[in-house]
Design a protein around this ligand. Sequence first.
Ligand code: SF4
Ligand code: SF4
Ligand code: SF4
Length: 582
Amino acid sequence: MVERVNITIDGKAVSVPEDMTILAAAEGEDIKIPSLCFYWGVNDCGACRICCVELEGSDQLVASCNNRVYEGMSVKTDTDKVRRTRYTNLELILSQHEVKCTSCVRSGYCQLQELANDMNMGELRFETSAEPFVWNTDIPVIRDASKCIKCMRCVHVCDHEHQAVGIWDLKNRASRKTIGVSNNQVMEESPCTYCGQCIIHCPTGALRERDDIDAVLSDIANPDITTVIQIAPSVRAAWGEPLGLSHDQATVKLLAAALRRIGFDYIFDTDFSADLTIMEEGSEFIERFTHRDDYAWPMLTSCCPAWIRYIKGQHPDMIENLSTAKSPQGMLGPVIKTYWAEKMGIDAGNIRVISIMPCTAKKHEAAIPNLQDAGFGPDTDYALTVREIDRLIKSSFIDCSTLQEEELDSPLGIGTGAAVIFGATGGVMEAALRTAYKLVAGENPDPDAFFEVRGLDGWKEAQYEINGLVVRVAIASGLANAEKLIQAIKAGEVEYDFVEVMSCPGGCVNGGGQPISTSLARAFVRGEVLYGLDKKSEYRFSHENPSITQVYEEYFGAPLSERSHHLLHTDHHGWVMPSNGK
Ligand code: SF4
Ligand code: SF4
Ligand code: SF4
């Protein structure tokens, strides 16, 4: 039982739990203390000293983000000394920051810029000197050291408690302190998963995704090229946020209208290929389940490319546990460049497949050398993040609030509610169970029968009986949770048949390519949007998608057919992790 203590904040007497920080106690009283490096649940190292406050009876100022309250404490949050100290601290931070707001990708939603505005920052008194920007700008995650404020958020979000990869680390000492890739590695040879969680936690433009907008615009402008864009399930829960649209306004059909204004020729739904993934992965699970001795066990999902990089980098002995089914992005590209191109009579060599993804790791996936199964270069030419598509809409001066919704193109533009929930942790498992039930029992279950796999818990488990067969499933989101789960499997402490992992906490709704938000609560709201769409869907089972039936009848024959294996599956061995050669 947590005791309560009596404290005073700016003269107001309050009673608060004794394990609270000063910052949280003030927030509970609607007293705003500015902060910069602090990130709830991730970073409270007090590096920036912007949240400093004065304690009565002490000459020293303390950081409010990591100092706890005690009985009789009297805090002053807005004295002259506090204001001057915060101002000087911010000036010192800016003196090591390349202030190029007009050409910075984060301008308009940069926490440093916002704080400087809020604190009425004027002419800097100190000479400025920023680190140089030296980086390989071809890889999905880009770090511009000239904009780094050494807040430590990236270090902590990538460490063992969150993403369990430990890519970032402090380097050098004192005034030369900086952040770099740990163990003297270079990023492109490190086991970074490209999940992008460090990007969405960075308060400035120091971390960002590679921007592929110019290349896409060149293809749009080329009359010989047919551009085909696909929209991932979780995009519909977030794309409107930076554009000031409510979740009700920002539908996938409104996004389709904006994409047509930009000039994309065809608009398809990655929901279609999420349904295709379920058909293939669900069938693969049943094949493995009924011949368990022939396969590595349990089966792991394979639709998150950061998770695949994690397995290849950290647990290469479990590569065979991964489902061979490609991700929805990985499936739609070859379907467009084969089945659809033939159907439309378009030279597949002149098609460019672009995807809108919640994800920076999808840029890596698009560039994997052996995902070129259609035979016309990369199956997916460009993967854009939601942030990139929002920037493209803005720079095209499109006011989405004046557009009318438009239908996506057919037949690859139809998806089910089962596909929509792919974007939330547990969604792939739930969708797979809906179809696996039908395949085993011969009839549909209640579409909400598997609700136990929903929710933001980092490690969930459930057990279902289908026609006398007991299926044990587990779901993890966030790589540290996945690591705990894998360690428990390896130690024999738990046994599962089917395990879903999403690298980003909460799943793709909180993906590294989504609009920047400062709390996991956003993932809950976005997840609820997807579950609401599932409830309203005309079809809630992947196997009932009429376009799926059509594509099997006209092209693939059946799940796991020879053509399916060629275009829709991969063994994950066609490329190696530079960090360990596996
Ligand atoms: S790269 Fe971003 S998150 Fe990392 S220390 Fe620098 S400013 Fe902070
Ligand atoms: S992209 Fe993910 S794995 Fe790579 S450094 Fe950032 S948080 Fe760590
Ligand atoms: S959870 Fe989703 S957004 Fe995050 S890395 Fe995996 S696929 Fe990408």
